[in-house]
Ligand binder design. Structure first.
Ligand code: IPE
Ligand code: IPE
Ligand code: MG
Length: 248
């Protein structure tokens, strides 16, 4: 069987792909199942898309797994989701290591249950020697929280004399964000069809190519992922320039 992966130009693979994994609840509802069944199925998609990204040669895959706003969902759903995330990551860690995938995470961990945090940190430590894809989980994450934290830290460093206010550039700001060690996303994918950003990586997606698909996250296949990469490769990223300037 031929796969779209063979059509991908290996010299222009997006270095960083960020995904808003949405539609688990609607996927379950359409099947008259509990929302949590959608989240369980969504975990399989995480495994599949991590593999697909690795196989396509992507370096960083950031997955929006839980937003700070998601803390306001019914407490049973929040508890089930946290439990599912921790158990799934622990279960997958041996395979992550086997596939040379390094785990990382960003977010407001002060709001996370201590035990869950501890267990995730153990998985991160276990994969720290891996040199392939970085799988970065955005957990208890929101971009406004992140930018606010960065502003606080910058202000504190200026007050402490470690930084001159006049020397602050956009790369200074970037270096205070939780994604400081990563390039900005080249491609942002949202499944589930909603045309919004939901407080995700607002600073970092300034020039990302955006790809929104109606497909619910549990149905999102490797071929769907490759299709998004191919669509990305068909776009002209102008960064404010004209098409003619780029061709020079
Ligand atoms: C995305 O699926 C997963 C999380 C937000 C954790 P949803 O649970 O938001 O599914 P829909 O959008 O209600 O279908
Ligand atoms: C965005 O999905 C957050 C995650 C995928 C973790 P939501 O389902 O929470 O987004 P909204 O509420 O529809 O904007
Ligand atoms: Mg949703």
């Amino acid at each position: 069987m031929t796969s779209l992966i063979d059509k991908i130009d290996r010299n222009r693979v997006p270095g960083h792909v960020a995904i808003i994994m949405d539609g688990n609840g609607r996927w379950a509802k359409e099947r008259s199942m509990d929302r949590s069944a959608g989240h369980v199925e969504g975990v399989n998609t995480v495994r599949r898309i991590t593999e697909a990204a690795s196989e396509a040669g992507v370096r960083y895959l950031t997955l929006y797994a839980f937003s700070t706003e998601n803390w306001n969902r019914p407490k049973e759903e929040v508890a089930a989701l946290m439990h599912l995330i921790v158990v799934a990551i622990e279960r997958e860690t041996p395979d992550l290591i086997k596939n040379n995938v390094r785990l990382d995470m960003i977010g407001d961990f002060s709001r996370m249950p201590q035990e869950a945090l501890q267990r995730l940190r153990q998985c991160i430590a276990d994969t720290s020697g891996c040199t392939g894809l970085t799988l970065n989980l955005a957990l208890s994450y929101s971009s406004r929280w992140e930018i606010t934290e960065a502003a606080r830290k910058i202000a504190a460093d200026v007050a402490a004399g470690k930084l001159n206010a006049e020397d602050i550039t956009d790369s200074t700001v970037g270096s205070y964000l939780t994604t400081a060690s990563m390039p900005d996303p080249d491609l942002l994918i949202r499944t589930g069809g909603d045309n919004r950003i939901s407080n995700f990586l607002l600073w970092q997606i300034a020039y990302s190519e955006i790809y929104i698909t109606p497909t619910y996250w549990p149905d999102f296949s490797k071929e769907d992922f490759y299709r998004a990469v191919l669509e990305y490769q068909s776009r002209e990223r102008r960064f404010g320039l004209t098409s003619e300037q780029l061709k020079k």
